[in-house]
Design a protein around this ligand. Structure first.
Ligand code: XMP
Length: 334
């Protein structure tokens, strides 16, 4: 019989055996899979696991700090946080094509992650901490939160998360260094991952987080991404999510978020005429992201979201609600 407790015991034992006194690194996305994978490995090898969390400049409001805080204080992980937002945002400057945005973010992520991993491993090598194989090569381990559906159908995940999943080798490593892959979740489905996480004592805030795409807010800013637009969307999105949570709807909705449109329209605020951006609010029910229905949010919730966004977010003067299901729409706007 499969139980989370059995799974945890046997997986931690297996990782202990596999890794021995070796060192591992792991990329945290802020999502549940990489967090559960990291916690399992840290149960086996403690702080010989180093996690890397990258700020790609298109995270949600306060997410860079919140994820670090959760992972360090609540999960006890050793986390190296890399704020690469300037670099990502400068690469994204002037880009409007959705797939190009994804490619840039995927490519930059790999470069930043590789540099950081290589630096960490080079330090450990200098300290004589790394294991060696029979041929004398240094060995380290790379943890990935690959799930069973990713194993059987890697096309179910698009963009950077797919890239990192197939990214079994870190460039820029010292010569003679080999990375070996640990994928502790590769036999599990998402609901099993959550059960394992719950058994590991992980906070509900991490376990019940709605899916968030690897390219983040970049695919929710239609048109060009600028630091100003990112901040506008972060503020609007924060209102959408917090009002949905306040209404007790967050857990039953697959994804709920704001999208920033490049459309400006005329409004009036006090006795001032405004000319500002439009924000679309999107909320969908789905089982797996492949199909989705728009959620008939209560009018009261929509009303609060709309008036809060228009009153509190400078740069937005109009809010619309997306009532498109998938198909024919997609969940994201890009
Ligand atoms: P669409 O917009 O295609 O999205 O209906 C389906 C699900 O996939 C997520 N999504 C992504 N996830 N990288 C990701 O890691 C991406 O590039 C990406 N694009 C879409 C989306 O949030 C939804 O859950």
């Amino acid at each position: 019989d499969w139980t989370p407790a059995h799974f945890i015991t046997s997986t931690v034992e297996a990782i202990k055996k596999q890794v021995g006194d070796g060192h591992a690194i792991c990329a945290l996305s802020g999502g549940v899979d990489s967090a559960v994978a990291a916690v399992l490995v840290s149960r086996a090898i403690g702080d010989r696991l180093t996690c890397i969390f990258v700020n790609n400049g298109v995270l949600r409001k306060n997410e860079f700090e919140q994820v670090q805080n959760n992972m360090r204080k609540k999960l006890g992980l050793k986390v190296v946080a890399v704020d690469a937002s300037k670099r990502f945002l400068s690469q994204l400057g002037g880009i409007t094509d959705p797939e190009t945005k994804r490619k840039i973010i995927g490519r930059e992520f790999i470069t930043v992650f590789d540099d950081e991993a290589a630096r960490i491993l080079a330090d450990q090598e200098k300290n004589g901490e790394l294991q060696h194989d029979a041929a004398g090569n240094e060995i380290a381990w790379l943890v990935q939160g690959t799930l069973y559906p990713d194993v059987i159908e890697s096309s179910s995940v698009k963009g950077p998360s797919q890239t990192i999943k197939s990214h079994h080798n870190v460039g820029g490593l010292p010569e003679n260094m080999k990375l070996k892959l640990i994928e502790p979740l590769r036999d599990l489905f998402k609901d099993e991952v959550r059960r394992v996480g719950r058994d590991l004592g992980m906070p509900e805030e991490v376990l019940e987080r709605q899916p968030f795409p690897g390219p983040g807010l970049a695919v929710r800013i239609v048109g060009e991404i600028t630091p100003e637009r990112v901040e506008i969307l972060q503020n609007a999105d924060d209102i959408v999510v917090s009002e949905i949570k306040k209404a007790g709807l967050y857990k039953q909705i697959w994804q709920s978020f704001a999208v920033l449109l490049p459309v400006k329209s005329v409004g009036v605020m006090g006795d001032q005429r405004t000319y500002a951006y439009t924000c679309a609010v999107r909320a969908v029910h789905s089982d797996d992201g492949m199909t989705a229905d728009w959620v008939p949010l209560p009018y009261e919730v929509l009303k609060t979201i709309s008036s809060r966004i228009v009153n509190e977010v400078r740069g937005i003067n109009r809010v619309v609600y997306d009532i498109t299901s998938k198909p024919p729409g997609t969940i994201e706007w890009e």
